[in-house]
Design a protein around this ligand. Structure first.
Ligand code: NAD
Ligand code: UFG
Length: 332
């Protein structure tokens, strides 16, 4: 049976992907430093799948420990989710972000090289497109220009490092998955996004407002050139996103494959509020605040390449995500 090392596997997207991987019969080891996740996720995965991943609490910056792990195990593939992801924090702490995200990835690639592991799937982001002028992002567009923050730059730099590694080793197989805006959780409500500290992203904030932990949602600007004036994003249910990872494994080959994982549809911030209200039957308090620095009015995926080459497309909707989020909220 093929064994996959999942870095960041106790985190939000990693844990959902593990559930889909188990359905295909893969064996899973996790490396995570638990900086932004909880060990109890392993119990939840076991409850859902009847299987429990082997867990190693290792920081990717701890090269020796990581290298020992690779020496002791034979991995067929690495799925690399581990990283810091708070955009605002990355502006205040750029060195931490470059060190953790870029430094951690370099350590990982070195350990892979030492032990002859030649396959990696990396969690990239739509943010690498910067501000290309056209809101419909296609994989062939240039990346790395006008990146708004250090977080986005780490994703771009890591993509380039992985491409260079694939150039240096003709047998190296890499996939760069550019996620759009992941939301929702497993329909069981057992696992979901539960970040430590103050969240940045829209859905975790909506969840905190619903729980009464935050008084109201501040909508960052209603004077954008969109129908209702609020920003448009391509929200993707995390279960669809997880399935995208599984779909790509079979298609890996020497070189670098790049895919957008998004729905191709947009939803405004106000529409997100209304979708939550419709699902919950509860009013969500909000106020209109000023624009947030670096926000674009609109961007969304062209998902054609993933559909044609992977046979993958999103199946779940924003309303499905709201329903699942409410289930998670009720249970946690
Ligand atoms: P998450 O914070 O829930 O999961 C990341 C995990 O990595 C956490 O469990 C954290 O403890 C771990 N980690 C961080 N640094 C580590 C280190 N040095 N060593 C070991 N473990 C470490 O985040 P997520 O939403 O699941 O995101 C997963 C990946 O997807 C990240 O790389 C993120 O940048 C990327 N991504 C996320 C989004 C999003 O909106 N959630 C969008 C685009 C891309
Ligand atoms: N928003 C609010 N109020 C909030 C939080 C967000 O109005 O309190 C709005 C934002 O202005 C934006 C939309 O909700 O219009 C979505 O914001 P998020 O922060 O959830 O997501 P972004 O699209 O800004 O960015 C996210 C990730 C980035 C990633 C990008 C593309 O945070 O890391 O998606 O994948 F690069």
């Amino acid at each position: 049976m093929k064994k996959i090392l999942v870095t960041g596997g106790t985190g939000y997207i990693g844990s959902h992907t593990i559930i889909e991987l188990y359905q295909k019969g893969y064996e899973i080891d996790i490396v995570d430093n638990l900086f932004n996740s909880k060990i109890t996720v392993l119990d939840k995965i076991e409850e859902i799948c009847g299987k429990r991943p082997e867990f190693y609490q290792i920081d990717l910056l701890d090269y020796e420990k990581l290298n020992d792990l690779f020496k002791q195990n034979q991995y067929d593939l690495v799925m690399h989710f581990a990283g810091l992801k708070a955009v605002g924090e990355s502006v205040e702490k750029p060195l931490e972000y470059y060190e953790n995200n870029v430094g951690g990835t370099i350590n990982l690639l070195k350990c892979m090289k030492n032990s002859g592991v030649k396959r990696i799937i990396f969690s990239s982001s739509a943010t690498v497109y910067g501000d290309p002028g056209d809101p419909k992002y296609v994989e062939t567009m240039e990346t790395g220009r006008n990146l708004a923050n250090p977080y986005g730059k780490t994703k771009y730099v890591i993509e380039e490092i992985i491409k260079d590694q694939a150039t240096a080793d003709a047998e190296f197989e890499a996939v760069l998955l550019r996620y759009f805006n992941p939301i929702g959780n497993h329909p069981s409500g057992l696992i979901g996004e539960d970040p430590n500290g103050i969240p940045n992203n829209l859905m975790p904030i909506i969840m905190k407002v619903a729980r009464g932990e935050i008084k109201e949602l501040s909508i960052y600007g209603n004077d954008y050139p969109t129908e209702d004036g609020t920003c448009l994003r391509d929200y993707i249910h995390v279960v669809d996103l997880a399935k995208g990872h599984v779909a790509v494994i079979e298609k890996m080959k020497p070189g670098v494959l790049i895919y957008n994982l998004g729905s191709g549809k947009t939803t405004s911030v106000l529409e997100m509020v209304h979708a939550f209200e419709a699902a919950s039957g509860q009013r969500l308090p909000y106020k209109i605040a000023g624009r947030r620095d670096g926000d674009l009015a609109e961007f969304y995926a062209d998902p054609t390449k993933a559909k044609n080459e992977l046979g993958w497309q999103t199946e779940l909707t924003v309303d499905n995500a709201m329903r699942d989020t409410l289930k998670f909220l009720a249970q946690n």
